[in-house]
Design a protein around this ligand. Sequence first.
Ligand code: AMP
Length: 281
Amino acid sequence: MIFVQTKKEMDESIKLLKKNSDKISLVPTMGNLHEGHLSLIELAKKYSSKVIVSIFVNPLQFGENEDFHKYPRTLEKDMKKLIDKKCDLLFFPKSEQEIFPETHIIKKINSGKLGNILCGEKRPGHFDGVLTVVHQLFSLIKPNIAVFGAKDYQQQILIRDMSKKFFPKIKIIVGPIIRDKNGLALSSRNTYLTKKEKEIAPFLFKSLKQGIKYYKENNDVNFTKKEVKNMLINKGIEVDYLEIRDNHLNNLDNTNKRNKKIFLGSIRLGNTKLIDNIEFF
Ligand code: AMP
């Protein structure tokens, strides 16, 4: 695996990779890799001959009182996993300047209305930060394909929209949510959970599933949300939001009963925010 830490090295490696007319996939991450991230690499391999993974804890997407400083940074362990997965290149910028050089004009992306609902409402500026870093990575690497996880559902929709506008040639692929045996969606932030919190965290997935059952039994969105919220509160879980939307996160209208829908939830356990979602028809 090639290990690249600067923009200059990245430019050179990309030239070399492209010379062999390889199709290149990019899997952007913030590290502390788990089976969810590794599944995206597997998926990338199906679509391309070379896979690049980036690990960058992007300061722009963290709010002032969020966990930027304590976010788990586990480079050595991550490298071992990437070598085992036969990743071709790891981009691990040695400083923020390699991604956001002070001498260049950075295109700041505004995530608009869609970036300010759901997770964006609770985390102002978060999706602007995500889109800005993905825009920078796409500009620098110019991959043929980029792979993201359905766990961050709102994020992948926003990235698809941004990419369609600025990088129409990049194909965006989205991989399914990888879960623990108990249903809990894997996340780097699960490492923050105490033993007790780990026991109740899978309840988010369980209650979303139960909510879909209610909804399909002809209960309306508000009733379903209220029932699920009560289930979570009864377990001592603080609910940020629960929403049933269409697959582009619009409110449901009654004309599209057979279309794909999504039930999304965000909860807090102590200081840890966990999100999950289930798509259904
Ligand atoms: P992160 O390192 O949390 O920024 O995530 C990097 C990528 O991995 C994003 O596209 C996430 O949506 C994806 N991802 C995170 N957790 C999972 C999971 N449990 N299953 C599938 N993809 C995931």
